[in-house]
Ligand binder design. Structure first.
Ligand code: ZN
Length: 422
């Protein structure tokens, strides 16, 4: 009995939120009939997000959290499950000291997820380690937590750590982050280190196939991507990437990569991070490149700045300041930056990936709390807006179910099957 009023409140909240989301984009708010249809679909399907970042030991996705992915926001937006990223920053130290530190950081995040799910909010969420468990937990009304490792760096050179991470619940590993590591080249740096997968990286791929861990190619270089396609016996995922055809970024997948991913049986989980969705005009890009060359400025990753000396850090800050000032006074004036990305841009990437790779090979991976968040889909309380936009564009319930989670679960099952067949 008490459930009914609560449900009504939740539904009107969703309606208000969705209207706010659309008016911000200058679109006509969807009509009531469309909303009703979208609402029914959204409730029936399994909605999964494959990439969300979490802090370390102080992780608490409860009411007080201001994060974009929290249990209340997932509940409000009808988002059923999420892959929490055990993210470890890349440092240039490809040695035992660096690997040990990375291992400790990874363990702190694994512990945080297990603590939250098993002792802090066991009545509201649970960890799934198989697609069957995802479906079972989703039916209970609890949020489904799954674990992915972002960056294979904490594997070090010890293959046995992969099964240790598997036992802790990891079901995908993003092979690299924004710097090269011992496994493969990243899409970050301009110059390759291994020219794709390293010999050790090939062993990592084989071990992940053997255990049944999905291989995540987001962040890795194009050559590494095609090496992984070649080496992997199971389909792969890109847990949070966009389409190069719509936004030139080294983090996105070209049409050639999308087609290869489709042939591989894998899935691209479209990212909701503005700068991967909506890019600068070619003229603005050129002007920025010129300015970067003139000022010697290059945006560094978290891992790179961590290992700097005081003096290096001060120099970097000075270069950044000069660059930012000239960007504003010279480039922005002549070639204005694009307006911020909104949900229409996000769904444009879904549309494009569907057109090139097929409906069976596209999903959602927001990168919330790691830079993701756009107008209309800025946190999980707004997840319903995505369904509304998909319905508005004519996607069927079956297709929406696949995009919101069905495809990912299919790939995961395939990866499990291949592991068992070894
Ligand atoms: Zn990432």
């Amino acid at each position: 009995m008490t459930k009914l009023p609560k449900l009504c409140v939740a539904l009107s909240m969703i309606l208000l939120l969705s209207l706010a989301g659309f008016s911000r984009q200058g679109q006509q708010p969807p009509d009531e009939q469309l909303l009703q249809k979208a609402r029914a679909i959204h409730e029936r399907i399994i909605t999964l997000d494959t990439h969300v970042d979490i802090p370390g030991a102080n992780y608490d996705p409860g009411e007080k959290s201001t994060a974009k992915c929290t249990i209340p926001k997932m509940e409000k937006g009808g988002l059923k499950g999420v892959f929490l990223a055990v993210y470890v920053g890349q440092s240039p130290q490809l040695n035992e000291e660096g690997y040990k530190r990375a291992y400790d950081q990874a363990m702190a995040k694994f512990n945080a997820v297990h603590r939250v799910a098993e002792t802090v909010y066991p009545d509201r969420c649970a960890i799934a380690t198989t697609p069957d468990e995802v479906e079972r937990i989703a039916k209970t009304g609890k949020r489904v937590f799954m674990i992915g490792i972002e960056n294979g760096y904490p594997i070090g050179t010890d293959l046995s750590l992969i099964s240790k991470y598997y036992d802790l619940g990891a079901r995908y590993i993003t092979l690299s982050h924004s710097g090269h590591n011992q496994i493969c080249d990243s899409s970050g740096p301009a110059q390759p280190m291994h020219n794709g997968l390293s010999p050790f990286g090939k062993q990592v791929v084989a071990e992940m196939n053997r255990l049944g861990i999905m291989i995540d190619v987001s962040h890795i270089s194009e050559k590494s991507f095609f090496d992984v396609i070649q080496e992997s016996k199971a389909p792969i995922i890109a847990s949070h990437s966009g389409c190069t055809a719509l936004c030139a970024s080294n983090r996105n997948l070209t049409d050639e990569q999308l087609k290869a991913l489709s042939r591989n049986g894998g899935v691209i989980q479209v990212v909701a991070l503005g700068s991967y969705l909506k890019g600068d005009s070619p003229e603005r890009r050129q002007a920025i490149q010129k300015l970067q060359a003139e000022t010697g400025y290059r945006r560094l990753g978290r891992g790179e700045t961590q290992t700097m000396s005081e003096q290096q850090r001060a120099e970097y800050a000075e270069r950044t300041k000069t660059y930012q000032e000239r960007l504003k006074s010279e480039v922005d004036v002549k070639y204005p930056p694009p307006t911020p990305a909104a949900i229409v841009d996000f769904v444009n990437h879904i549309d494009h990936a569907v057109k090139v790779a097929g409906t069976d090979h596209v999903g959602v991976g927001t990168d919330f709390d790691g830079g993701g968040g756009i107008a209309g889909f800025n946190d999980h309380s707004e997840a319903f807006n995505v369904t509304v936009e998909l319905v508005r564009r004519g996607y069927s319930e079956k297709e929406i179910g696949k995009i919101w989670g069905g495809n990912l679960l299919r790939v995961w099952r395939e990866v499990e099957k291949k592991a068992k067949a070894k």
